[in-house]
Design a protein around this ligand. Structure first.
Ligand SMILES: NC(=O)c1ccc[n+]([C@@H]2O[C@H](COP(=O)([O-])OP(=O)(O)OC[C@H]3O[C@@H](n4cnc5c(N)ncnc54)[C@H](OP(=O)(O)O)[C@@H]3O)[C@@H](O)[C@H]2O)c1
Length: 333
């Protein structure tokens, strides 16, 4: 075992578009676990849009990363040393150990991966936080019913791809929106959505009208920005909106000012924002169901993998620019 701990820290705060220069690779000491703690070698790091908000100053729904601190992030790793009876060397664990090769956590902050049936990294993606976000947003927030039309934005991504497939399994008609024809073809052909529209197309407005003649019952909104304005316009009366993310604003100098908020009033929409970590009681049931569906091949997934911690900043910048296909991960060893 090396005594070096490679880490990526937040070097400067971006104002607008994030770049690799906002991060720095440093070498820290190998952390030493105290009583009740566990030392973990991180094998996989998850890159998620929420991290961009944590790079800004000021409280979001969570505190920002301090300048000079290790970037936050979910990890899957292997226990190296344990000072807690529930964990043993070699155990695989999920934690929030950040962008670094090793991390220490209290036992209560780690979840052991038991009875594993899928590759380790799937526990950061399709059956991890993003998949669980999809499940909770669809089942609990939207409560989408068979026969309803559901639209999901960022449809080829980690959350969106699971939302659409779950909605199809529940009998909905599902339309995705994604960036570019390659992603749209994947969403239609491999994920089996009923349709997928390219939001970069000059004909988007007409295509929305053609594809959604009766409007949208359930909108799973991952993007925000001008696209959200267009989606609100397409909602049916009394439709429901689960506001999951606003990634279009992540790199913006100023948030997009919605022009179509009046649609919420005149169409009597139900709009609800949600954060997956507010629903811990639903994680186990959601994960069990997702694991089963993935293992049976009824939910498909893709991953985009960067190799080595040093590649994490570029992969993160690329993900926000839409270069990922499905879940963006970093393989650490
Ligand atoms: N509420 C919660 O608890 C929760 C939990 C997890 C994730 N989220 C949110 O869910 C959303 C999706 O997250 P994810 O992890 O699944 O990421 P993802 O979709 O795998 O990756 C981000 C995608 O966002 C799209 N995008 C970026 N900028 C865009 C823009 N200006 N307009 C349209 N699309 C844009 C890109 O796809 P295209 O190539 O299609 O443009 C990119 O691939 C994010 O907003 C995230 O913050 C919320």
């Amino acid at each position: 075992m090396s005594d070096r701990n490679e880490q990526i820290i937040l070097a400067t705060r971006p104002h607008g578009r994030v770049a690799t220069s906002h991060f720095r690779l440093v070498e820290g000491q190998l952390p030493q676990p105290r009583e009740g703690q566990v030392l973990v070698r991180n094998l996989w790091l998850s890159l998620d849009p929420y991290m961009r908000w944590r790079m800004n100053e000021g409280h979001n729904y969570a505190e920002p990363v301090e300048l000079g601190a290790v970037m936050v992030g979910a990890t899957v790793g292997e226990v190296v040393t344990s000072h807690h009876p529930a964990f043993h060397p070699g155990d695989h664990v999920i934690g929030n150990l950040g962008w670094q090769s090793y991390g220490v956590a209290a036992a209560a902050e780690l979840r052991k991966i038991e009875h594993r049936v899928l590759p380790l990294q799937a526990y950061l993606g399709v059956v991890g936080m993003p998949g669980i976000t999809a499940w909770i947003g669809l089942m609990d927030i939207l409560a989408a019913r068979a026969g309803e039309t559901l639209l999901v934005t960022a449809a080829a991504g980690a959350v969106g791809s699971v939302v659409g497939q779950l909605a199809k399994l529940n009998g909905c008609r599902v339309v995705g929106v994604a960036g570019g024809s390659t992603k749209c073809l994947y969403v239609e052909n491999e994920l089996q959505f009923d349709a997928c529209l390219d939001y970069r197309s000059a004909r988007l407005e007409d295509e929305l009208a053609d594809t959604l003649p009766d409007g949208i019952d359930c909108l799973f909104e991952n993007v925000g920005g001008p696209l959200f304005d267009q989606m609100l316009h397409c909602m049916r009366d009394f439709g429901r909106v689960a506001l999951c993310g606003m990634v279009a604003d992540a790199d913006a100098q100023a948030p997009h000012a919605l022009r179509n908020l009046r649609a919420v009033l005149v169409k009597r929409l139900h709009l609800k924002g949600f954060i997956v970590t507010d629903h811990p009681q639903r994680w186990r049931v959601a994960q069990n169901e997702l694991v089963k569906l993935v293992a049976e091949g009824r939910i498909k997934y893709r991953e985009t993998v960067a190799h080595g911690l040093a590649e994490a900043p570029a992969a993160f910048v690329g993900m926000l620019a839409g270069q990922n296909f499905g879940k963006q991960l970093v393989k650490l060893c």
